[in-house]
Ligand binder design. Structure first.
Ligand SMILES: *Cc1c(COP(=O)(O)O)cnc(C)c1O
Length: 378
């Protein structure tokens, strides 16, 4: 037998410092027990049934109506969905939402990717990329000839969030990657044309699906490009997504459990007061985390500007004398998982998700657990 070698310090966290749920990952993220119970209760007549029949279509309808309510979408806005997650949506948007030239705010790993896809597309002009250092965000600049502004509501790799506003005087569409933000951060739908996300972050479901809240202008753009004769792979065709979504269907088979878990979470938010309530939970968690870090004496928020600190993803730097890798390893050994930082950021850091499903009290307990570990390590 190969001996198990581990340099994780042997530190047992006392039970009163263990959160009620140990999942603090940025995605896939904590799924609530009530969502699972609701899925199990519906399973015998829901799972394993055709996505072309009313049982599943009505669940998709609950998701679409629920999201319209949650975001208080103005008349004419539509909820689209299809398979492939956010990464697939970037490719779909590269084919079907950018007419010729886009502007992209690049301030981390996730926000860089749509721009990279647009730059590689032979049918598009070279995109304009506006970049800033990790831990900050740049501002969009209204520019003649730009027909789509690509913003990111929350940069999950760094824990920076930005307020979603149409750039002053801009004429193009505003498309927002809201993958980790949607449901956990407040947003005004009049400020976007396309707010797209996947359900494994603030919506506490599983990956593999994309959803997009689209304004009439975005739908018009999709129809215009579709009619232009541009070659678009069928799987990435947004016009097909519009047509299927209107029928509460998807182009190909979706994961039924994912849709059910998502519906439960959207309805949980709406039943308690909507986005103000769900975003309020993340706001409370963030207040707890950042206040603790600032008062700790050995840790501090990575994001300098308090206005840019995310309420859904907290990034906490530690002083050099304390190895954050060891803290994350001890937490993991005690059942508290996925607090490791984004790998490519390369900082002495913990990254803690504070999606609405996560109890603010658990964030407070986690802070106590980290204090305990730091005390035991030093
Ligand atoms: C997680 C994440 C993505 C990637 O989502 P997938 O569904 O895995 O493709 C993209 N953008 C942001 C901001 C994210 O947090």
């Amino acid at each position: 037998m190969i001996p198990h070698v581990s340099d994780t310090p042997d530190i047992k966290i006392p039970s009163e410092l263990l959160p009620s749920d140990g999942r603090f990952g940025a995605g896939p993220s904590k799924v609530r027990a009530q969502q699972i119970a609701a899925l199990v209760a519906d399973a015998p007549h829901y799972l394993g049934t055709s996505h072309r029949q009313s049982t599943v279509k009505s669940m998709v309808g609950r998701v679409r109506d629920g999201l319209s309510n949650l975001f208080d979408l103005p008349d004419g806005y539509e909820v689209l969905l299809s398979n492939g997650g956010t990464t697939c949506f970037w490719d779909a948007a590269t084919f079907g939402l950018i007419e010729s030239k886009s502007q992209h705010l690049n301030f981390g790993e996730f926000s860089s990717k749509f721009g990279t896809a647009a730059a590689a597309a032979p049918h598009l002009d070279e995109p304009q990329i506006i970049k800033s250092e990790p831990g900050t965000h740049p501002e969009a600049i209204a520019t003649a000839g730009i027909d789509l502004y690509a913003l990111t509501h929350n940069e999950t790799s760094t824990g920076v969030s930005m307020e979603i506003l149409r750039p002053d005087g801009a004429e193009g569409l505003v498309a927002v990657d809201a993958t980790s933000a949607a449901g956990g951060l407040r947003v005004d739908p009049s400020q976007f044309d396309c707010y797209y996300f996947a359900p494994q972050k603030s919506f506490a479901s599983d990956g593999g699906l994309w959803l997009a809240l689209c304004s009439p202008a975005a739908i018009e753009r999709i129809e215009k490009i579709s009619a232009s004769g541009r070659w678009i792979p069928a799987f990435l065709d947004l016009k097909t997504a519009v047509d299927n979504s209107r029928l509460n269907q998807t182009y190909n088979t979706p994961a039924l459990a994912t849709i059910h878990l998502l519906a439960s979470q959207v309805e949980w938010f709406n039943d308690h007061g909507g986005l103000e309530w769900s975003a309020g939970r993340s706001e409370r968690s963030a207040e707890i985390l950042y206040t603790w870090a600032e008062q700790s004496g050995y840790a501090r928020p990575f994001v300098e500007n308090p206005a840019h600190r995310s309420n859904v993803i907290g990034t906490i730097d530690f002083v050099d004398a304390i190895d954050a890798t060891q803290i994350a390893a001890v937490l993991r050994a005690n059942g508290i998982v996925d607090t490791e930082p984004y790998r490519k950021l390369g900082r002495n850091q913990l990254r803690i998700a504070m999606f609405p499903a996560i109890e603010p009290d658990d964030v407070a307990t986690l802070c106590g657990a980290i204090n305990h570990i730091v005390g035991a390590l030093s």
